[in-house]
Every structure is written in structure tokens, then in C-alpha cells.
Design a binder for this molecule. Structure first.
Ligand SMILES: *Cc1c(COP(=O)(O)O)cnc(C)c1O
Length: 799
């Protein structure tokens, strides 16, 4: 949009008066933020309205992306950037004596997701709008976001994230569009005399779902999409007798808390209720819109809408859509099924078996009696139809209902026309191993969509210094088409460019060093290698491997106090699921090791270990630009894709990585000289499983370096871990090291040595940095959503 500095200043000052009866000199930071957000909202509202009208009139097919998590982070700068007014606003505020960054920091980090899955959903939201694709998000407006992490005595402590206390300036509550969702009670079918079976209900619990719409502003275009989040409330017309406190509490709970767990199955009833809540509300809203606005016959619905099931949490979309079609719109069963499969598509995000969602039949039957009937009927019909075609084994292995449980992944695959993995390796594993039986039956449904990241946030917003260097080198087209970063390759031997890249990185490292000083009280040297591992804490991600390497370096110094090594700052950021005991023990160990090393005068600052508390999107935006190295060291086959690996690459950090997930594609993109590869391959891991011949204790017994490092966990060397130390030690020895940490250790140390060697050659290092940036174009989520649009959703961009 067009905006003069003068106009902006006028708008901002005026808004301070109308909103708070104050002016720039007297307003507090919260008031300034609220006023600025309100001005920005005013700017995009007309575009939003116009785009809604365009969508209604053109009736072009739209996607609805159902996700139980979103992780947008702060939105102010993203909205400013996408509206094309970031520099104008920054300068205008400067004129008024206000620092944009000091206002931006006030906005709470919108964290209604756990990690990669939720962040991917938000990257997609940005990219869908920015590529002009008509799409909507659909989720839950949790009152409390992901917990705030504090570190107390080295332990993780969880505090509630009450992010809505000062309101949310971006959302629009739409009471007029509230929808009722029903649970429990009894259901039976009655013949209406015309041969139709009509479900009758008794004693259902009614919940009102109120939509909150948040605009997703496209980057310098005219698209503004919508992310709809649902809040649960008690219906207004309810008889007073039902208005008891327990019922009101139960209702509020539905949109109260996000499950702080991103890979373990949690069997609580409330979670299932949440899943149905946002699925039913979302699909009902779609249906209403279809009837009020699209006005096409119901049997053409697949030509107008696509529904995406992001991981299995929204899998109830399948039976709920069937219910709406069959029960509410009188579509015959077979036709309804055909439409459902055409409308639905599904992304699988993990092969970790503990994360595969299953629900006890009884629970579903009690909570969602009609949905249960539909699932049973789906399973029955499919079994009858497929038995003669593919045989009993395949049918049995792929049934929706097995052993008294409803298998959500099976439901999602069977009820949709597309199942995709999130990186090549992951998609291959789905086809060849994990979902092979499904692949035999429905080979045409399987495909890959390698994840991506919203490069505007992770480069233009998070790393203005680097962005400016890139502009000065190759012009600005890369800001619209990330593939143009390839133009940088022509400068790989240009000393001046390399020096500027290096200077930008140094600035970013200084900025992080200041934050570390402020938050952790630790002084770090910005000349040191900033070696970063930030992601959820999980055994398969192997933060422990990183820790063992740190201990190795520490003992090397203790053995040889004059050791010549490039100083390193090891930076961690990670939340552990509150119920994940082992992960919390690792956090405690990291913090105790940090204390031991940072305070040992003999180390002479050659190693610093920093655990930054409360890792979230905003912190990532400061840490990742400052990284020299990104640790992507999961056991091969376990990380479906990873997306922080892409953020690091785009910011000129080199990857220390296994051949896992999208790391493989990063490796292929940058070439062997610009990536530190180590560790078992997926095939080697699977060979161990097949032959059952991994013996971790042997490694411990036979490798003196490992022996000494592991002993440090149990012999008092690392202080204050008398509980955690043995737990970790045992996991690696007695319990045979589930994720092959000890097996990969030696090769990891080798790769770390070669990293150090390269870092000593500044020019060579920076050149590798440039090669990473130059080849990161394919990891833009603009590319990813375009692939979804073309291959899965069949939607077309505006223009
Ligand atoms: C990108 C991101 C993740 C995902 O990180 P992975 O290393 O891919 O697991 C998690 N949390 C936040 C805050 C992120 O920005």
C-alpha cells in the first residue's frame, strides 16, 4: 500500500488521542503498541474486506487448513513488512522520537503451538497469502499458549502463558457467526417414512463455538486470508438449570489450554473433545458459507473447497464431514464418501510410534455417539468392499478400528485423496515401511511435500543486516523470489562481499551476545564459533550427543590446559514437555555442565555453554541470525523434516547434520564442502533394527573417551545431578541407547574437528556461508504451498 511518512505520523498521533487520550511524549510502551497496531489494522482492513468480496464473487476454490496448533509469533513487523510500509513507519516513529523495536517487543509472542508443526502451519499461512492463494486457517483460540519456561536451579519450571491479558489487536470476534457443537448424549436413527434414516438425539451437551478471525496479510499484494480460531462458550439460550459451575468450567476448558506435548500421545478426554470442537465448528462454518455465498449444489462441493488435515489431530474431519453431508444435507452415503475423499487431504508429520494417535472406542462412543456410528459404518463398508480385492492381511492391517482403538492416521489416509510426508526421506519411509500396507492399496495417494519456511520472517524481519548486504550485492528481487538468492553465487570469490557478509554476521552475534549477557549474565566472545541447537527437547533430537561433545572438549582442555582451540559458544534453547521426565533431566544436566565449564578458570573462555530459557519464535529470530553452526543431529530416520535447519541455512549458518529429514535436501543443495555430514544413514539404522545387534554397553566398555565422559554423569564430576546423572547414564548403557548416541559419537567428533579447521580459514568459511544462503531458495514455504496448491488442493492464485 501507499503511505507517506507524514500521513502515518498523523494517523499514529491521532490514534493515541482517540484510544488513550494521550500523546507520544506521555504514552507508555503498551499504549504505543496498541495505537500502532490499531493504525496498522486500519490500513489492512480495507484490503481484507475487498479480498473477501473478491473471493465471494469469484467463488474460486479455497483451502481450509485445519491445525490444532499455530505458532505465529509476533505479528506487528510481519504486517508492516507485508503491507510494504515497514521503512515508512520506522522512520515516521523515529521522527516522533519512538523506536519501532521498543514498541514491537511489547507484543506477546502468539504461541498456540508447540514447535515445528505449529510453526509450519504459520509459515504456510504467511506463504499462502503471499503467493495469492485463497486459503484459511482453522484452529483453537487457546486462552493459555505454550507454557513459559523458567530455569530455576537448572530445572525447567513451567509458568502459564496468559497471552491475552492486554487483548489481541489483530483478531476480530464474530459473535454473529457462532456455531453450536454437541457432545455426548444418546443417538438413534428413525425412519422418516421415505426410506431415510434420520438421527435423533437426546441429552446432548451443547457448546457454543465463537470464531475469532485474524487476517493473514500477503506480502505486497492484495490478498488477505483468514485464520479462524474458535473459542468455546456456554450457549446464551441455555436453561438456567444447566448453568452449573462445573459445566461452565468444562466448556471454558475446551479452548483453555494447548497440550504442551508435541510428540507423545496423551489420552485425556479433553484433548479428544478439543479435536472435535474445532473440527465440527470449522466444517459447519464452511457449510454455511457454501450455502449462503457459493450457492452451488451440495454434490459440487469438492469443486469449491479443499480441507487439509495437518497431522492426525483434525482427523475427525472425515466422519464429521460425512455426518454433515449425510445427516444434514441428505446426500446418499456413497456419494458423500466420494465427496469426502475428494475434499480431504492429510499430512503425516512423524513416524515415531508413540506419536501415532489412537483413541479407545468406548471413549469415542461416549463422547461422540453419532461420529462413532459413522466410523464403524465406514470401517464395515470398506472391509466388505476391499476383502475380495486385496485380501485379509492388508485389510486387517489398515483398518480404522483395531483392537478396540480408533486409529487416526488410518482414518486420515482412508478418508482423503492425498497423504504426504514432509521431506523426501520421510515420504519414502512412509511408502516403503511405515505405511507400506496403505501404499499397496492406494499408491496414487502418496506424495512428498518438503517443508519450507516463511523467508520474509526468517530473513527480512529477523536479519535486516544480512538482508541489506544481499540487496547491495544482487538487488532486491530475492525479496519476492527467494530463488534469486542464487545470484549470490557469482560473488563467492568476491572479497568485498565476503567481508560484508562476515561483518553482518558479527553484528548479529554481538546483538545475541548482549542478550545473553542480559538474560544469563554470561559474557561471550562474539569472535567465538556460535554453535547452536534450538528445538524442542526430545531424545531423538539428541541434544545429548551435543552435550557429550562439549564434555569431550572440556576434558581435552583439562588434560592439556594449553590446548589450542577456536573458542566456542554452545547455545541451547529447548522446552521439554512437562510430563517428559527424561527430557527435563537433560535440561538439568545441560545447565549443570554449563555452570561447571563457564566457572572453571582453566577453561579460559575457550568454551562457554549457554542455555537460553523460554525458546520461542521471537527468541529464534534473534538466535538464528547469530549462528555460525546449526546442530541438526537427530538419529537418521527420526526427524520427519525439520524446519530450523532451513532457517539456519538462510541465515548463513553451516549445518552440522546427520542425513535425516530435510537435512538431506540441504546437503544436496549446498554440496559436501559446505555442510558437515556425519552419522549413521537411515539404512544402517534399519539394519541395526533388523539384526537387533546394537550394543551400547560394548562401546562404553571399549572406548575410553566415551567411558570417561559417561562416568562424569555418575561420579560427581558434574555437580548436582545425583538423580539425573544416573538416569542419563543408564539410558545410554543399561537401556541400550535407543537413539544410537554412542554409535554416532566418534563420527560426530570427527565432523566437529573438520568444522573447526574450516572456521580457522575465515575466507573459506564465509564462502561456505554464502553458498548456504545462495542455495536456500528452494526452502521457501512459498514453494511448498504452491506444490500443495497444484498437486493436492487444486486451487489457483489470484491474478
Ligand atoms: C522453527 C521452530 C521450531 C522447529 O525446529 P526444529 O529444529 O525443526 O524442530 C520449533 N520451535 C520454534 C520456536 C521454531 O521457530
Amino acid at each position: 500500500m501507499k503511505l507517506s511518512k507524514k500521513q502515518f505520523k498523523q494517523d499514529f498521533e491521532q490514534r493515541l488521542i482517540t484510544k488513550f487520550a494521550t500523546d507520544v511524549t506521555k504514552a507508555g510502551p503498551q499504549e504505543k503498541f496498541a495505537a500502532l497496531a490499531s493504525v496498522v489494522k486500519n490500513y489492512y482492513s480495507k484490503i481484507w474486506q475487498a479480498d473477501n468480496e473478491y473471493k465471494d464473487e469469484s467463488k474460486k476454490k479455497q483451502t481450509y487448513y485445519f491445525s490444532i496448533e499455530f505458532l505465529p509469533g509476533k505479528m506487528l513487523k510481519s504486517n508492516l513488512l507485508n503491507l510494504g510500509i515497514l521503512p515508512t513507519v520506522r522512520e515516521g516513529l523515529e521522527d516522533l522520537g519512538v523506536d519501532l523495536d521498543e514498541i514491537a517487543i511489547i507484543e506477546p509472542d502468539m504461541a498456540i503451538g508447540n514447535g515445528g508443526l505449529g510453526r509450519l502451519a504459520s509459515c504456510f499461512m504467511d506463504s499462502l497469502a503471499s503467493t495469492g492463494l485463497p486459503a484459511n486457517g482453522n484452529g483453537i483460540r487457546y486462552r493459555y499458549g505454550l507454557f513459559k519456561q523458567k530455569i530455576v536451579d537448572g530445572y525447567q519450571v513451567e509458568l502459564p502463558d496468559s497471552w491475552l491479558d492486554n487483548g489481541n489487536p489483530w483478531e476480530v470476534r464474530r459473535s454473529d457467526k457462532a456455531i453450536e457443537v454437541r457432545f455426548g448424549g444418546e443417538v438413534w436413527l428413525e425412519d422418516d417414512g421415505k426410506g431415510n434414516l434420520i438421527p435423533q438425539y437426546k441429552n446432548q451437551e451443547r457448546v457454543l463455538a465463537v470464531p475469532y478471525d485474524t487476517p493473514m496479510v500477503g506480502y505486497e499484494n492484495t490478498t488477505v486470508n483468514n485464520m479462524c480460531l474458535w473459542r468455546s462458550e456456554v450457549p446464551k439460550d441455555l436453561d438456567l438449570q444447566f448453568q452449573n459451575l462445573e459445566y461452565m468450567r468444562q466448556t471454558a476448558m475446551l479452548s483453555s489450554e494447548l497440550y504442551p506435548d508435541d510428540s507423545n500421545y496423551d489420552g485425556r478426554l479433553l484433548r479428544l473433545k478439543q479435536e472435535y470442537f474445532f473440527v465440527s465448528a470449522g466444517l459447519q462454518r464452511i457449510m454455511r458459507h457454501y450455502h449462503s455465498t457459493i450457492k452451488a449444489p451440495i454434490n459440487q462441493i469438492a469443486e469449491y473447497i479443499a480441507v487439509h488435515i495437518n497431522d492426525t489431530h483434525p482427523a475427525l474431519c472425515v466422519p464429521e464431514f460425512m455426518r454433515l453431508l449425510v445427516d444434514e444435507y441428505n446426500v446418499p452415503w456413497d456419494r458423500a464418501w466420494d465427496l469426502t475423499v475428494k475434499v480431504m487431504s492429510y499430512t503425516n508429520h512423524t513416524i515415531l510410534s508413540e506419536a501415532l494417535e489412537k483413541w479407545p472406542e468406548d471413549m469415542v462412543k461416549t463422547l461422540l455417539p453419532r461420529i462413532y456410528q459413522i466410523i464403524v459404518e465406514l470401517d464395515r463398508r470398506r472391509t466388505a468392499e476391499l476383502l475380495p480385492k486385496v485380501g485379509a492381511t492388508l485389510v486387517h492391517n489398515t483398518r480404522i478400528i483395531k483392537d478396540g482403538q480408533i486409529h487416526m492416521a488410518n482414518l486420515s489416509i482412508i478418508g482423503s485423496h492425498s497423504t504426504n510426508g514432509v521431506a523426501k526421506l520421510h515420504s519414502d519411509l512412509l511408502k516403503d515401511v511405515e505405511l507400506h500396507d496403505f501404499y499397496e492399496i492406494y499408491p496414487e495417494r502418496f506424495n512428498n511435500k518438503t517443508n519450507g519456511i516463511a523467508d520474509r520472517r526468517w530473513s527480512q524481519i529477523a536479519n535486516e543486516r544480512l538482508s541489506t548486504v544481499i540487496d547491495e550485492t544482487i538487488g532486491k528481487t530475492w525479496r519476492h523470489n527467494l530463488n534469486d538468492l542464487k545470484l549470490l553465487e557469482a560473488y563467492k570469490n568476491d572479497t568485498e562481499t565476503l567481508e560484508r557478509l562476515d561483518a553482518a554476521k558479527f553484528d548479529d552475534k554481538q546483538r545475541l551476545a548482549e542478550l545473553i549477557k542480559e538474560r544469563n549474565g554470561i559474557t561471550v566472545n562474539p569472535e567465538a564459533i556460535f554453535d547452536v541447537q534450538v528445538k524442542r527437547l526430545h531424545a531423538y533430537k539428541r541434544q545429548l550427543l551435543n552435550v557429550l561433545h562439549i564434555l569431550k572438549l572440556y576434558f581435552d582442555i583439562k588434560d592439556n590446559p594449553e590446548l589450542d582451540m577456536v573458542p566456542r559458544v554452545f547455545i541451547f534453547g529447548a522446552k521439554a514437555a512437562p510430563g517428559y521426565h527424561y527430557a527435563k533431566s537433560i535440561i538439568k544436566a545441560i545447565n549443570e555442565i554449563a555452570g561447571m565449564i563457564n566457572n572453571d578458570p582453566e577453561v579460559k573462555d575457550r568454551i562457554k555453554v549457554v542455555f537460553m530459557e523460554n525458546y520461542n519464535v521471537s527468541l529464534a529470530e534473534v538466535i538464528i541470525p547469530a549462528a555460525n553452526v546449526g546442530e541438526q543431529i537427530s538419529l537418521a530416520s527420526k526427524e520427519a523434516s525439520g524446519t530450523s535447519n532451513m532457517k539456519f541455512m538462510l541465515n548463513g549458518a553451516l549445518t552440522m547434520g546427520t542425513l535425516d529429514g530435510a537435512n538431506i535436501e540441504i546437503f544436496d543443495a549446498v554440496g559436501a564442502g559446505n555442510y558437515f555430514k556425519f552419522g549413521l544413514t537411515k539404512d544402517e539404522v534399519y539394519a541395526y533394527y533388523k539384526n537387533n545387534n546394537y550394543n551400547a554397553r560394548d562401546i562404553y566398555e571399549q572406548n575410553p573417551v566415551i567411558h570417561r565422559i559417561l562416568d562424569a554423569f555418575i561420579d560427581g564430576t558434574i555437580p548436582n545431578i545425583s538423580m539425573e546423572g544416573p538416569e542419563i547414564f543408564d539410558s545410554l548403557t543399561t537401556y541400550n541407547d535407543e537413539y544410537f548416541v554412542l554409535r554416532d559419537f566418534k563420527d560426530y567428533v570427527r565432523a566437529q574437528k573438520s568444522l573447526e579447521t574450516l572456521y580457522r580459514d575465515k575466507t573459506a568459511w564465509t564462502k561456505a556461508t554464502l553458498m548456504n544462503i545462495a542455495n536456500s531458495g528452494r526452502f521457501s514455504s512459498d514453494r511448498t504451498v504452491r506444490e500443495y496448491a497444484e498437486d493436492i488442493w487444486y486451487i489457483k492464485p489470484k491474478q
